[in-house]
Design a protein around this ligand. Structure first.
Ligand code: PEP
Ligand code: MN
Length: 341
């Protein structure tokens, strides 16, 4: 439930609304803005909804009371009608821009990562990706370089001049990963790791949250809600493909339709990952271009200096040349949809 105050509502009127909410054993959250709003971030018992709405509507200084119709609250457009803009250094993520995160699936060595970073920078992207803690299906597959990988990432990104994003797999590891990266990535497999979501929320770092391969929109936005609920407003959503009907053709099915659906229900920025979303480099450019036109705010794309030699996800990695070509297309399409890339 959101109580929108009138323009110029006094502090006493705002306090009155908060008191009324507390009298129902609920905690108010004051949202400053053009006009003050007071939200109730927790679940409201069914039997209390109507009497509470009736009471709040009559209080002085109140303009409108809105019931949030979905289970997530702070992630909803009712809670915040204007799009969230995430600012990291000079990079802005939001409705005015189109940002691309590029880089290899895994940080494999300083040399491999530097080459990837230079390719990403040269092509004009602003954010460098790379995994140091890898969630691999098999325990025998390359698991990542762990802290050494993060050290390489920070050093190379600073040298080349890019922001960084890397995955964190457990709540305990959040402080370590947060020490090295600009954006914490929560992978598809971890989307419902609630202790991790809580720690990411408490960290205050921007969080790049990937949709689970079988997650509904409600589940996805409720995962984001865990982070918002801990006072961290900088959440970026990422569609990366859902369980496919036919695995002999694609690794996942990129659900591009979720982009306009998310835009209709949340103010959070939405990215698309066509690399994991298809699993094959040859399908990545088409889906990346489609994502720009579908209304996404950015892309995450895997790029490797030598995909054939990659220690993970080589089949879906673009070469530096392929990535540069894609970035040309992205810039043209971004301009077409009125964004700066
Ligand atoms: C990744 O970005 O390398 C990754 C493991 O992605 P996802 O969590 O989407 O599978
Ligand atoms: Mn990968």
């Amino acid at each position: 439930m959101i109580v929108l105050m009138k323009y110029g509502a006094t502090q006493a009127e705002i306090d009155g609304v908060c008191e009324a909410i507390r009298s129902f054993q609920l905690e108010p959250l004051v949202l400053p803005g053009d006009r003050t709003a007071v939200g109730i971030p927790s679940a409201i018992p069914q039997e209390v909804r109507q009497p509470l709405e009736d009471l709040l509507s009559t209080l002085p200084g109140v303009s409108k009371v809105t019931q949030v119709s979905r289970p997530y609250k702070q992630a909803s457009l009712e809670w915040q009608p204007q799009p969230t803009v995430v600012r990291i250094g000079s990079v802005e993520i939001g409705p005015r821009t189109f940002q691309v995160m590029g880089g290899p699936c895994s940080i494999e060595s300083e040399e491999q990562f530097r080459q990837a970073a230079l390719a990403v920078k040269r092509a004009g992207a602003r954010i460098l990706r790379g995994g140091a803690f890898k969630p691999r299906t098999s325990p025998y597959a390359f698991q990542g370089l762990a802290e050494e990988g993060l050290r390489i990432m920070r050093a190379v990104a600073d040298e080349v001049g890019l922001l960084t994003v890397s995955e964190v797999m457990s709540g305990d590891a959040v402080p370590l990963v947060a020490k090295y990266v600009d954006i914490l990535q929560i992978g598809a497999r971890s989307m419902q790791n609630y202790p991790l979501l809580v720690e990411a929320g408490l960290s205050g770092k921007p969080v790049f949250l990937k949709r689970g391969p079988a997650a509904t929109v409600d589940e996805f936005l409720l995962a984001a809600e865990y982070i918002l609920h801990r006072g961290n407003p900088n959440v970026i959503l990422c569609e990366r493909g859902v369980v496919p009907l036919d695995r002999s053709y694609v690794r996942n099915t990129l659900d591009l339709s979720v982009v306009p659906v998310l835009k209709a229900h949340t103010h959070l920025p939405v990215f698309v990952d066509p690399s994991h979303g298809t699993g094959f480099a040859r399908y990545v450019p088409a889906m990346a271009r489609a994502a720009v036109v579908a209304g996404a705010d950015g892309l995450m794309v895997e790029v490797h200096p030598n995909p054939k030699a990659a220690l993970s996800d080589g089949s879906q990695a673009l070469t530096p040349e392929g990535f540069a070509e894609l970035m040309e297309d992205v810039r043209r399409l971004a301009e077409f949809v009125g964004r700066e890339a």
